[in-house]
Write a protein that binds this ligand. Structure first.
Ligand SMILES: [Fe+2]
Length: 217
């Protein structure tokens, strides 16, 4: 009997998106559910290794491999939740003029257009991974990041406010491998900016780091 948290896959209603087929979404949600299953499984297996209070020499290779895989599976689970959550049927290409996101993008990049150039640019990078717009909780600044696979490049403590999956499975049923820019365009047309807005607001509230590092606004 362990004290492990058992994660259950969340439900997402994402049929009827623009330029991303229901078939893609169904397949993608199944993949996400696999990450949830694997996260639970690995956590359980690791707890077996540690429950006697000792990791001996023979156990170390298997224990290490499971622990490395946990970073991949865990981030795969969490990033997919951010991704599905920041899309909706009838989404909008760009945020509203008076939104906090637009103001944050202007403060951090000079203009929304420059922010978007960077985010889309990150999304077009070669390789499998993610484009993520993070908010630094210490100063509310936005920055865009490339994440290899699911676990390499995440900035500790940063708040992901917009998350875009650019693994080929996200678009291969709808577009050719070289047509990732078309998928990115479709992704933008489905963004649920209200969910982005909510993350921003929550992200900057009551963080001790923010109190420690005041910056002029
Ligand atoms: Fe994915």
């Amino acid at each position: 009997m362990s004290n492990n948290v058992i994660y259950t896959a969340r439900q997402f209603k994402l049929s009827g998106l623009n330029g991303i087929s229901d078939k893609t979404i169904e397949m993608h949600i199944k993949l996400y559910e696999g990450y949830v299953t694997q996260t639970n499984l690995l956590t359980e297996k690791i707890s077996e290794f540690i429950k006697d209070g000792n990791i001996d020499q023979e156990e170390m290779p298997a224990y290490s491999e499971l622990t490395r895989r946990l970073g991949f599976e865990y981030n795969g689970m969490v990033l997919h939740e951010y991704y599905f959550e920041n899309m909706k049927r009838g989404g909008a290409g760009d945020p509203e003029r008076n939104s906090s996101f637009l103001k944050a993008a202007e403060q951090s990049f000079g203009s929304y257009a420059v922010w978007k150039t960077d985010f889309v640019g990150v999304g077009k990078m070669r390789g499998v991974g993610w484009a993520i717009c993070n908010q630094n909780p210490a100063n509310d600044r936005l920055s865009n990041h490339w994440i290899s696979e699911h676990q390499i490049g995440n900035v500790a403590g940063f708040n992901p406010v917009l998350v875009m999956d650019v693994w080929e499975h996200a678009y291969l049923l709808d577009y050719k491998p070289a047509e990732r820019p078309k998928y990115i365009e479709a992704f933008f047309s489905n963004i649920d900016w209200s969910s982005v807005e909510e993350r921003l607001t929550n992200g900057s509230a009551d963080r001790s780091m923010a109190a420690q590092s005041p910056v002029p606004r």
